[in-house]
Design a binder for this molecule. Sequence first.
Ligand code: NDP
Length: 295
Amino acid sequence: MSEIIDGKLVSAKIRSEIKQKTEVLRKEKSVRLRLATILVGENPASKIYIKNKINSCIEVGIESEHIDLPGATTENELLLIIDRLNNDPDTDGILVQLPLPLHISPDKVIEKISPSKDVDGFHPYNQGILLTSKDYESLIASKIPVPCTPFGCMKLLEYYNIDPSGKRAVIIGRSNIVGKPLALLLLLRNATVTICHSKTKDAASVIKEGDIVVCATGKKGILAGDMIKDGAVVLDVGINRGEDGKIYGDADFESTSRKASFITPVPGGVGPMTITMLLYNTLMLGLKRRSLGNV
Ligand code: NDP
């Protein structure tokens, strides 16, 4: 039976550290960090994500400015708002909730956000730094924003003393927000990384080699216990709604947890870490942009 990687616990610990730091900033430097969030349109899931992000900011003492825009907002109007926030000295981070309506290019929007306020770590400049970094510690020390979900996965491994060095890591999924950046981070931690995707031939034999297996596909039940090696560490990033209305990961938890040494549950594993790392990135970018060093 595997040990459960408790994302709520790790998340609460990191949030309490962030809260302490925002208090120091407020009391000793009269600085209030601020995250600007933008939502375009009426996507119900996006509304819930934004609400959670705003509430999480409040919980750790980060101010939030929320901008709700109608679905008919033009790309140019959105770019002008980002421009205003880029130039606002009181705004430390800018987050545009994805997905955007089809008439707005997410690439143009992401590129418009100043890399110094890119709390999601999606800007090509920040992704380029991640790609060309030579070691994990200096990447983190340089306060470059790392995409929140993969960053959260790395923090979970760290908290449970799972050292990826020398291990075979298999990531199922190659998106720009999860699979690809996580592969780079695990590589910086000296894992030997393979990415599987929908065109991978004989993914089963690749997955079976993984000491660390990450599933990030959005396909419920894509991973089962008989597909992993004994004692593998399983990080389940997937969020899927079952026919019963409940939330499930990509892995079949029952069979996988019988064989894995560590596993993240869904919900309560990787999920809570994503917003926590968003708060962490806001703090780091705020400190860096305001030349405040470490607090
Ligand atoms: P995308 O849809 O962008 O990417 C899914 C990836 O899975 C693609 O690379 C796709 O391959 C691959 N894939 C799909 N089917 C298969 C298959 N049968 N075999 C192998 N690979 C497959 O999703 P995201 O990366 O944005 O998200 C992945 C999941 O993680 C979703 O469930 C999402 O909700 C969840 N998520 C959870 C977060 C959290 O906080 N816990 C945050 C972000 C996402 P190909 O490229 O070939 O199409």
